[in-house]
Design a protein around this ligand. Structure first.
Ligand SMILES: Cc1ncc(COP(=O)(O)O)c(C=O)c1O
Length: 411
């Protein structure tokens, strides 16, 4: 006897990245594949003290069921941070969720009827695409460039497709590492407001800016229409599964009802422990350490790419976050590079999995947060060798470092 899955599961594809991460877990493989923060930067000792303190001081509350919207002191802390970025938030406009991924799921559940259209940037964050697929949405992708989503195409796309939602990662996008330019943020807010289209602003990386000036969140520009997601996954630890949604206030109620059906509420113990931690530990100084370390790793990767990649390879130069996006020389495919790199004990993510519609095979996503500088140099040298060997013999040979012209930037 076979058990039929529901219709919504038939279009659901397993994340190619999760499959790749299984190979990348081989102990001999240097992995640039996952989106993993550096584990040595987790504030493990401070978290351990915070968990111990809440269990000692108030075990009854820390271990009890909690309210669906989240622990009030945590909602207040989040609202204060958001106000600091120009978003008129209050505890009542903030809901704690079990990672920002749950925020994507809940907003989709609340806004998307089957067949509703979601406008996204191409390429896009894969697990958001999976969530939209689970609600049987029709995903329409607009191209991006070095300055993020090409908002000049938005007005026409909105008129044509009448989307129920625009989804984007404006800061250090996953997978390309690009940031939406200031004028495009205003353009996007104007189109969304003009047509009354809600925006889902997914911002897991905004606190990890290590270069340039901070950007204005879309939620500060199109306040009544924007759902803004944040998380402690990249700043404290993903294992906490703690994130938040800031939503237009009337939408907090339906989001709460949706979350009740999912998990009743986010883990009380984690919420209490993080509130305890934030009261006793210098979070800003911690963010400063993360930014300094990720900047170093990113710069090491950029230098190593310049040294090791064959001509015709290009890449983005992120101002923060965890990823950069590499364009392969003409003629190379991401899947053949992936397999050849694994043979050299290096894991990368083929870019094709991030595309909506016909996959493009000329790209790789590289993560720079999860390896130290020495491993980044070694891994990029191996990747450069892999690319050079795969290039047809007629291609120019790999030139010596000093002869390399600088790679074109701002892909
Ligand atoms: C763009 C984007 N959104 C959401 C998430 C999910 O993060 P969280 O751990 O908060 O669920 C990730 C994780 O990598 C991400 O890259």
């Amino acid at each position: 006897m076979t058990i039929e899955t529901a219709r919504r599961m038939r279009g659901a594809v397993p994340s190619a990245i999760r499959e790749i991460l299984k190979v990348a877990e081989r102990p001999d493989v240097l992995s640039f594949a996952g989106g993993l923060p550096a584990p040595e930067l987790f504030p493990a000792r401070e978290l351990s003290q915070a968990f111990e303190a809440v269990l000692r001081k108030n075990p009854g509350a820390a271990l009890q069921y909690g309210v669906t919207e989240g622990f009030l002191p945590l909602r207040e802390w989040v609202a204060g941070r958001l106000r600091g970025r120009g978003i008129p938030a209050s505890a009542e406009s903030v809901m704690v969720v079990s990672g920002s991924q749950q925020g994507i799921d809940l907003v989709s559940r609340v806004l998307l009827d089957p067949g509703a259209t979601v406008l996204v940037e191409n390429p896009s964050y894969l697990a958001a695409l999976q969530a939209f697929a689970a609600y049987e949405a029709n995903v329409v992708a607009l191209p991006g460039d070095a300055d993020g989503l090409r908002t000049e195409l938005l007005e026409e796309a909105v008129r044509e497709h009448r989307p129920a939602l625009i989804y984007l990662v404006p800061e250090f996008q996953n997978p390309r590492g690009t940031t939406l330019a200031a004028d495009r943020r205003h353009a996007l807010a104007a189109v969304a407001s003009g047509h009354g289209v809600p925006v889902l602003e997914d911002d897991p990386y905004g606190a990890l800016r290590f270069r340039g000036v901070s950007s204005t969140p879309i939620a500060a520009l199109a306040h009544g229409l924007t759902f803004h997601l944040g998380t402690f996954s990249k700043t404290l630890a993903p294992g906490l599964r703690l994130g938040w949604v800031h939503a237009p206030k009337p939408l907090i109620r339906p989001l709460t009802v949706a979350k009740q059906a999912c998990d009743l509420h986010t883990a009380t113990l984690a919420q209490h422990a993080v509130v305890e931690l934030l009261g006793t530990f210098d979070y800003e100084a911690h963010l400063g350490r993360l930014r300094a370390e990720y900047r170093q790793r990113c710069e090491a990767m950029l230098r190593a790419l310049e040294r090791s990649m064959p001509p015709g390879t290009r890449w983005t130069t992120p101002d923060g976050g965890l990823f950069l996006w590499l364009e392969l020389p003409a003629g190379l495919r991401d899947d053949e590079v992936f397999h050849a790199a694994i043979d050299r004990a290096v894991a990368v993510v083929p870019g094709s999995g991030f595309f909506v519609g016909p996959p493009e095979h000329g790209f790789l996503r590289l993560n720079f947060s999860n390896q130290n500088v020495a491993n980044i140099e070694l891994g990029m040298a191996r990747l450069g060798q892999t690319l050079s060997e795969l290039l047809p013999a007629s291609s120019p040979p790999l030139v010596h470092r000093d002869e390399l012209s600088p790679a074109p930037r701002g892909l």
